[in-house]
Write a new protein. Structure first.
Length: 147
């Protein structure tokens, strides 16, 4: 019969390999727990299977909980190659009137976030042909004000 140390070691390596394929950072913690359990069963070979399973559950859930508690996403957006807030302050020309109740369009001489024309929203009425400044990005629209 296989020693439990080898069983836990193989389970841990298989789970870590699975993590490399999925890249979710969830399976990794179960693999780490199995590797730790392999070391523990090497240090204490008389440990019962029930205690091993209990420790595996505690180590797996505990490490996953600690990781989820302290893991912070560094960025909430996925705009590759764009500095955050780079478009704020850019000035363009309103080409379709915009008001608090009606979306309009704004055009820039150089592209902003990959396009020269964007949907515009505003808290005030701005007529076509007026220069407007970007004050915020809201989804797929730019919030503007008179420049």
């Amino acid at each position: 019969m296989l020693e439990s140390m080898w069983v836990w070691g193989v389970i841990g390596l298989v789970l870590l390999a699975l993590e490399m394929v999925t890249v979710t950072f969830y399976v990794m913690w179960f693999g780490v727990a199995a590797i730790i359990l392999a070391v523990l069963t090497w240090l204490m070979p008389g440990m019962s299977v029930a205690v091993q399973l209990f420790l595996f559950a505690i180590l797996s859930i505990g490490s996953l909980f600690v990781w989820r508690t302290y893991y912070k996403k560094t960025s909430s957006d996925s705009r590759v190659g764009q500095a955050q807030g780079e478009e704020i302050g850019r000035v363009g020309i309103i080409i379709e009137p915009v008001s608090a109740t009606q979306n309009g369009r704004i055009q820039f001489t150089q592209g902003v976030m990959g396009s020269r024309e964007w949907a515009a929203v505003a808290n005030e009425a701005i007529e076509a042909g007026t220069q407007a400044e970007v004050i915020a990005v809201e989804g797929n629209s730019l919030r503007v004000k008179v420049h």
